[in-house]
Every structure is written in C-alpha cells, then in structure tokens.
Design a protein around this ligand. Sequence first.
Ligand code: AMP
Length: 408
Amino acid sequence: MTFTDFSFDRRIDAGIKACGYDTPTPIQRKAIPLIRNGHDVMGLAQTGTGKTAAFALPILQKLLTSTSSKRGARVLVLAPTRELAIQINESFTSLARQTDITSSVIIGGVGMQPQINAFRTSNVIVACPGRLVRLIARGAVDFKAVEVLVLDEADRMLDMGFLPDIKRVLAQLPAKRQNLLFSATMPKSILDLTKRILVNPKTVQINATSPVSSVEHVFYKTQPGGKTALLNEILSRSEHQSMLIFTRTKHKAKNLSRTLCNSGYDTTFLQGNMSQAQRERALNGFRDGRFSILVATDIVARGIDCDRITHVVNFDMPDSVETYTHRIGRTGRAGRSGCAISLVTADDVSQLRAIQRVMGVSVEQEAHTDTGAKIKEAKSGRPSSLSPAKKNPRRRGRKPSGAARQAA
Ligand code: AMP
C-alpha cells in the first residue's frame, strides 16, 4: 500500500512527499480510512508509530473539501505537554505546506494575545489543556467552528491531572463534531473518557502493550550510589549517536547534565522549571546534534520527537510500566533500531519484574546474551559489551555548555 491509495488531495500528497514518507505505517493504514469516513476513532498506539500523521492527514483532507463557511478554528487538538503540542503543530504545518491551511499552538509560558488572535485566524489549534482553560476563563476564545476534536496521549493527560480541564473544554465545543482519541495504554480511566466523548467509535490498536520491536532492552543492576560511574562506563563503551537519559527529579536532571558535561560529553537538560525559550534551546540543540545527550524528567520528555535517538537510558527507573513504554518509545522510531538501558537498584526489583512481564523481556534471558552477561559485571561498573563512544575532547572538564548553563 502507498499513500496514493488514500486518494488525498494532490497538495496533501505533496506534503507527504516533502516529509519523506513513502509507505503508510500500520496505524495510518488502519486509522486514515476510518477517520476519512467520518467515524469517531479510538487509537491505541504508542508513540513512534506515526499516529500524528494518521490523524493529521485525514483532517487536512476534510478541511480542504469542507464547504463550511464558519470562521475560526475548525480543528482542536489537545496534547499533554508543550513539547508534544509544538511537535504536532509542526507536523500539521509540514504536511499542509502546499495548502493554505494554517495551524497554531497554544501553550503556557508565552504571551496570550497572539494565541487569542490565532484562534480567530488558524484552522487548526494544537493546545495544552491548562492554557486553553485560562483563555476560556477570559472569554477570549470561541469554539463555534470546531468540527474535529483530537485528544492525543490521552492517558498521559489524565496522569497529569488534566481531566477537569478537558471537561471544561468539552463543555465549550459544539455537540456535533468528530472525535479522535489516541492513547498508548488503556487503563479504566481512559475507557471511561472514551465512553464520555466518543460516539460509536471504531477502535484501532497497534501493539498496545509491547514496545516497538526495534528496541533492545538492557538492564544493569547497580547500587544507588554507583549509577553515575556505571553511566560513565556505559557511555565510554557505547556507540551512541544521540542519547536521552531520564531522571526522576528536576534537580537530578540538571546535576547529571553538569556531571556529564564535565566528563566531556555535549550534554544539555530539560525539566519543568525552565522557561519556554530555555526548553526550546535545549531541545533544538539536541535535535540538531549540538548536544548528543539530553537529560530530562518525564514531564518534559513526553513530546520529544527526534528520529536520531539511538539510546534511552533510565538512570532512575520509571514509576510504571506505562511510563517505561513511553520513555523507550523515544528511540527505535520510524523503523530505526534503538537501545533502552535501565539502571536497576534493589528498590526497583518489583518494578523491573512488572516491566519484564508486560514487555516480554527477561533479565535471565538477557544474561545469556552479550549484554546480559554484563548485567552482573555492571555492579562493579564495568559493562564491556559496548564499543567506545566518541567524546568531545574540547569539553572535558568544562562547565555545562549553552542551553544547559543558561537553563541553570
Ligand atoms: P509519531 O508517532 O506521530 O510521533 O511519529 C513518529 C515519527 O515517524 C515522526 O518522526 C514522523 O515524522 C515519522 N513518520 C510518520 N509517518 C511516517 C511514514 N509513513 N513513514 C516514515 N516516517 C513516518
């Protein structure tokens, strides 16, 4: 199957080509025809599967062919984090580049007035619920023209406590609209939300509980105090092009980033206390390769779309299997392979078992492979399965650079 089988408007085909997409991904093959037929859709798909284009393409087609003369935003996409909202907006903009459809992002941390204006002038609004509710409270925005609602990463929005905000937004929307809800996981809270919002939905499911198969899982057992040494050892032996490291706290993200800078790695960090400009500087530097390592907390790393990420490291183990799935979904994207490395302490053992059960991987099994044999060695901080990575000799012993310093 190719994209031409969907018979999109030629301007959309041009956008698809410009994005470099040749073949539709499984979620696109399944979801696009349903969305084009006007169904409400529940998409159970993890990040990295191409789900953004799966909803953006049929929405763009709908906008191009609709005869509605209503003014104002006609599509509302809700996303849990600023980074994800920016990314979805970029996808709409790229795919619609040959059309006159416009898309804007509405997030916190930046001025409100341009966003209020965008609501009047843009066809597609991609928003974080918190900021949108503030605009609603001001009476500054009008949803009369909205025909399509998308809730992306709905499970994460609920995890982040956005349900009351989502309800407030829903109360503003016209009753007659198409609803699309995407979630990587399907806890009961999402089922309830689905029942509340979607009308006779069609469900599309892509590998709901297993990670993308292109990701290799490696677990290193270690002591809490031995993690930094172990990470340095892993770094010195791994051929990482681009590495995303997760820590549990903001403070740790910043400190670890500094430590790695001092060890000579081009590192930056991303956490919730940073201004929007600082976040973008760090993220852009990571995306364009100026920083080969990004240390981040879950809250901000959720929306990172960077095809180059070869390694995801759980410096601190995630607090749930769902979070593990989301974190490692940052690598092995768009058909590439990736490696997920977890540093496991005695406190993480039950979490590790849950992850292994759901993901279908086991340490015992790993122990017979190259990396597994190093799991035990990892205690002494000497994983040896990985070949050396290049450091930037200029940076050894230097202070944190660029965005990292500014963000501090
Ligand atoms: P998403 O799951 O929407 O975050 O997409 C993951 C990555 O896959 C993004 O970098 C997209 O640009 C890319 N992508 C989406 N659809 C395709 C496709 N059909 N072929 C190749 N890459 C794609």
